[in-house]
Design a binder for this molecule. Structure first.
Ligand code: NAP
Length: 326
């Protein structure tokens, strides 16, 4: 038997329980992985609270790293004993071991530790597609200004460093002066405390009135309107999360004055095939191995303390990546 964190119904952190589960043998196209570490992500909060409805009971968790224990028929890219890491839909990584589809599971390079692997697959593959696959119509060139909200968080700190490596001038927002310093120390060109300053006005000042080419917005409700004000003509608004709540319905005419493009993205479309998932993971592994992007594991909680981990994440107390240890 193995331990897993399950919810029987959506709700607060108190809904999460450590339970014993049976873990069987992998079927065709599946592997069994024994986790060494599990990644915590904000999507886990949406799934726990019911904002993203899922069938119950549910084992939460979208990210992990460990050792392949068994391989089902037809799986060719993994063998028993391989070190591996993944972000994968459906959820189920808050556990000691699981059987899961193999397609999104990647071999972890020997020089990347399990904890780093667990801390970076969902967040790093997200930063990868945001910066490299979701392009404004006028392209993204070194020197261009972009705005990245919640820049001291898990996805944010990776994006700050990667954007710098690409030559972009990333304007960071974060919820405290300390978090702003962290973003600046990780490659952001400018940082704005959006709890004490009007970020749209500050972006106008920083860009000499022009605005930014792209806004990467995972905060949602609280930042949506200000974010639109920050964009230059033909700019791209990339919505990819709702940490403050979902963006309310809006009229397209709101976008007309500067012909703004809006997109709502999810990493799971970008990694939908084994080939694209591996290519993006290879790019992520390379930028981490080069040292250009460091994975900050700023919080560790034992799996049994997952309720506290969720409370801290929702209270905006965390920075960088958080892992659950086994
Ligand atoms: N669509 C995708 O493909 C995709 C993939 C991965 C992640 N995401 C999204 O990207 C965002 C970052 O994910 P993450 O796991 O790295 O989380 P995170 O950034 O480490 O944590 C979320 C951060 O959001 C900020 N925030 C702003 N308003 C908030 C509020 N009312 N309540 C709570 N937090 C608030 C907080 O930073 P400040 O205190 O600095 O404001 C908080 O630390 C999340 O919204 C997540 O859902 C989307």
């Amino acid at each position: 038997m193995n331990m897993a964190v399950q919810i029987k119904q959506p709700g607060g952190p108190e809904q999460m329980e450590l339970v014993e589960v049976a873990v069987g043998e992998p079927g065709p196209g599946e592997v069994r992985i024994r986790h060494k570490a599990v990644g915590l992500n904000y999507i886990d909060v949406y799934q726990r609270s019911g904002l993203y409805p899922l069938a119950m009971p549910l084992t939460l968790g979208m990210e992990g790293a460990g050792v392949i224990e068994a391989v089902g028929a037809g799986v060719e890219h993994l063998r028993v004993g391989d070190r591996a890491a993944y972000t994968s839909n459906p959820p189920g990584s808050y556990c000691e071991a699981r059987v899961m589809p193999a397609d999104r599971v990647c071999r972890l390079p020997d020089d990347i530790g399990f904890e780093t692997g667990a801390a970076m697959m969902l967040k790093g593959l997200t930063a990868q597609y945001l910066l490299k696959r979701v392009k404004p119509v006028e392209g993204l060139e070194p020197g261009d200004f972009v705005l990245f909200h919640a820049a001291a968080g898990g996805v944010g700190l990776i994006a700050c460093q990667w954007a710098k490596a690409l030559g972009l001038q990333l304007i960071a927002t974060a919820g405290s002066d300390e978090k702003c310093r962290l973003a600046l120390g990780n490659g952001a060109a400018h940082a704005i405390n959006y709890r004490s300053e009007n970020f749209a006005e500050r972006v106008k000042e920083i860009t000499g009135g022009a605005g930014v080419k792209v806004v990467y917005d995972s905060v949602g409700k609280d930042t949506w309107e200000g974010s639109l004000q920050c964009l230059r003509t033909f700019g791209l608004m990339v919505c990819f999360g709702n940490a403050s709540g979902p963006v309310p319905a809006f009229a397209p005419s709101l976008l007309a004055a500067r012909s703004i493009y809006v997109t709502r993205q999810t990493v799971y479309n970008h990694i939908a095939t084994r080939e694209s998932c591996q290519a993006m993971a290879d790019d992520l592994f390379a930028v981490v191995q080069s040292g250009a992007v460091k994975i900050h594991i700023d919080q560790r909680y034992p799996l049994r303390e997952v309720q506290q981990a969720h409370r801290d994440l929702e209270a905006r107390k965390t920075t960088g990546s958080t892992i659950l240890t086994l």
